[in-house]
Design a protein around this ligand. Structure first.
Ligand SMILES: Nc1ncnc2c1ncn2[C@@H]1O[C@H](COP(=O)(O)OP(=O)(O)OP(=O)(O)O)[C@@H](O)[C@H]1O
Ligand SMILES: [Mg+2]
Length: 251
């Protein structure tokens, strides 16, 4: 099961969501995290900076003929293909590099219960490849109008890749993030999105505990400061991972 987290808007919670899915899926089985964003945020959430020295990185998916070997992390169930500086150059490569990366990702997926791919906030070969090899696509959104406008671009990209490459691809799941439940505008926009798209439940509120937990390389449910955020994130990850067949119905 390959899950891609994408949105060409920055700062909407792609990496936070990818990391929490990795943590929750790893409580049950073997997970491969692939960081395709040269900002390295998912990598930094899973390993200390020095650990990736000399290891294969995710740009190798696009440039190497041999399958890149993911590295181990402190969690025995989580392997990682970390981000590397060379990733930005990948978007200038041609489509055949994308096809070769798709083949590598699909081969790697056979060794894991789940593969979670974090993508950069830019349309390009990396995002396209990650969408094209995904069994499921997750799009986190902030319910503010400036942020929702960009969704049309992601959706049309997903739709055109879907029509051309994977006719059986399912529609993306949307995740409402950084919600302020007190803001009437947020509620209204979130309800509008939910009326038109498949939106996962529950909606995620803004909580400083999320960033704090990730800085400590753990999920928010391992942090005791915000019970509300802990329940929201864990419930959301479980709902999605059960739906994707990664978690059994009553894990
Ligand atoms: N629900 C939340 N409450 C509070 N902070 C959050 C929440 N979700 C994400 N964050 C924080 O907001 C910041 C942006 O989130 P994140 O890095 O996941 O976004 P992104 O979409 O991956 O951004 P980019 O496009 O730059 O990669 C991070 O510091 C993250 O920890
Ligand atoms: Mg990110």
């Amino acid at each position: 099961m390959i899950v891609t987290v994408s949105n060409n808007k920055g700062g909407v919670g792609k990496t936070a969501l990818a990391a929490h899915l990795v943590f929750r899926a790893a409580e049950h089985g073997r997970v491969l995290a692939i960081d395709l964003d040269s900002q390295s945020n998912l990598t930094a959430t899973l390993i200390a900076r020095a650990d990736k020295h000399g290891r294969a990185a995710s740009d190798g998916l696009f440039t190497e003929i041999d399958l890149p070997q993911p590295m181990a992390t402190v969690d025995a169930n989580i392997d990682l293909l970390p981000a590397a500086a060379g990733l930005t150059g990948v978007d200038r490569q041609n489509l055949s590099s994308g096809f070769s990366a798709m083949g590598h990702i699909k081969s790697l997926a056979k060794q894991y219960d789940a593969v979670v791919i974090d993508t950069p906030p830019a349309l390009g070969l990396r995002l396209m490849t990650a969408l094209a090899c995904a069994d499921r696509v997750l799009v986190p959104l902030v319910p503010e109008s400036y942020s929702v406008d960009g969704v049309a671009t992601v959706l049309s990209e997903i739709a055109s890749i879907g029509e051309n490459l994977i006719p059986a691809m399912r529609p993306a799941d949307f995740v409402i993030n950084l919600m302020n439940p007190q803001a009437r505008q947020h509620r209204r926009i979130a309800e509008q999105i939910a009326a038109n798209f498949k939106v996962a439940q529950p909606w995620l509120s803004r909580s400083v505990a999320v960033a704090d937990a990730l800085a400590e390389r753990r999920p928010v449910w391992r942090k005791t400061t915000s019970r509300n955020a802990a329940v929201q994130w864990r419930t959301l990850c479980e709902t999605l991972l059960r739906d994707y067949g990664v978690l059994p119905v009553e894990d």
